[in-house]
Design a protein around this ligand. Sequence first.
Ligand code: SF4
Length: 371
Amino acid sequence: MAGIYIHIPFCKQACHYCDFHFSTNLKNKQLMIEAIKQELVLQKNYLNEPIHTIYFGGGTPSMLEASELNDILDTLSANYNVTARPEITLEANPDDLSERQLEALKSIGINRLSIGIQSFDDEVLKFLNRAHNRVQALDCMEHARNAGFENISIDLIYGIPNRDHKKWLEDLDKVIAMNPEHISAYCLTIEPQTAFGKWAKKGQLKPVEDDYSAAQFDTMISMLNQHGFEQYEVSNFCRDGFYSNHNTSYWQQKAYLGIGPGAHSYNLESRQYNIRNNQKYINSLAEGTIPYDIEYLSKNDIINDYILTAIRTKWGINLKKLEGFGYRNDTDYINSLLTNELAYTEKNNLILTTAGKLLADKISSDMFLID
Ligand code: SF4
């Protein structure tokens, strides 16, 4: 089973924290759709497995009309062996989710929405430079339910500078009241190329202290757990087994194909990185060539990828599987994690505790193999 990710590289405006690849110029939207379809055809032999998940990410895929998304899906179905009921996710922003658009999305087979709400607070939304407001954030869920969506994920951001902790509690209360099947919540990171990164460099924005975001992380886990959400990955929670099948495949080292500018592909031997430039991507595909760089993975890369992703999940790292890769477990280090209650073991799996999840990146880098 494998997944296909399709990157739609357009946004209404640049959020101040975002370093994904996108353009606010939609002039070449139709040419981009043609290029994406062309890449789908050219890559049809990249995955030799049935496709069980399709994920429209971005950028802002909800800026496309349902008919445009359907055009892409038709090309995909004509060229790939898609399973009978694939998970088809669309990342969407609340300001795009009119009742008409939601009904149209449902009618073309989108069966999972990942809605980028980020916050329900107008001041915060403005600070982040999001295109939507609190009312749109609150209304989109009801509209989506009315259109028949039964698998909805909400994105939130915590660790935002200059923000009272009470506001984070209010966001958590609101999201719980909305009763989505899935929640993804990420700590704000300040990337150098973004507006926030530039302000931070000039001293105009002070990132929050680690303790502050750690407290918000802890509060989030206990509130979401109390309301029946299972933390199945450091930043991802769901009810009743509504895991993101697409993202879970990434964390389980399954092959995937990434289509569109800036998208990545992985086939267990190499990673391909498509060019992050809309015009060059369109021009190259018009000539029948996919513009990408390729990195062949060493044995250490494969082991490190497994450690990095598996450690963040509720299933943890399978120590036997690691040994099967030729990795020699450092029992002293693993014992120190157990003694300090940062991890526990269950059926040969090393699983992080809540305290360990806060240190997931540090623990995985401690375990990495260095070439
Ligand atoms: S809408 Fe999403 S992809 Fe677009 S700028 Fe904002 S965070 Fe980035």
